[in-house]
Design a protein around this ligand. Sequence first.
Ligand SMILES: Nc1ncnc2c1ncn2[C@@H]1O[C@H](COP(=O)(O)OP(=O)(O)OP(=O)(O)O)[C@@H](O)[C@H]1O
Ligand SMILES: [Mg+2]
Length: 222
Amino acid sequence: MAPHSLQVRGLAKRYGDATVFANVDLDVAPGEFVAIVGDSGVGKSTLLNCLAGLDTWDAGTVAHGGTGIGALDGDARARWRRAHVGFVFQAFHVLPHLDVAQNVALPLLLLHRPDDARVQAMLDAVGLHGLGARLPQQLSGGQLQRVAIARALVHRPALLLADEPTGNLDPGTAAQVMDLLVRETRGHGAALVLVTHSGAAARRADRVLRLRGDGIVPATPA
Ligand SMILES: Nc1ncnc2c1ncn2[C@@H]1O[C@H](COP(=O)(O)OP(=O)(O)OP(=O)(O)O)[C@@H](O)[C@H]1O
Ligand SMILES: [Mg+2]
């Protein structure tokens, strides 16, 4: 198996008796971009959280470069995530007491690889040049979303999981952010799994898959 390929087999998630999804099989190769679409509430964010080892599941396996994520204990999982995963959360999860540049720098600091030039380059790339010293509460929703994107990319993760990363952006800014996501993943052999309701974003993907309660199936972008 390629060192950073993602392999999901028979994944199922339930809350009590209610099945969110089941029978999810998914392979994503290094450098590949897969878009996941599906109705609101079908479990797309839950699936991304499982892929990152941020949530637990009820059946099946998630492996990254041959490492079974379910078998790792909490510390090992956190180390794996820090080293290999970038995550753009649907609700951003920007830290309110850190300024914009500190938020973006965080993944590098956790890896003991501080790099101010890289942080500035990522702020420039998402159109936030000059806003590094602002606190998150001084930003718009679309600006916060771009902080989350810069933070997810800054350490060049092998697996980028992005949950509606253009949901708060105008079409022009969304297209620029999609260019950046593709450039920073495909160009470095990273796998990109992007959840979206946007046809424009899904059309950029190598493959589009639709999540349903009973599995994940090929789809065409709207
Ligand atoms: N703690 C919980 N207990 C029970 N059900 C839950 C819990 N958390 C989430 N759910 C349910 O799990 C389902 C999947 O939620 P999820 O956020 O993954 O959906 P989604 O596909 O990302 O939706 P959206 O497109 O609106 O973001 C939803 O129906 C939600 O109500
Ligand atoms: Mg969601």
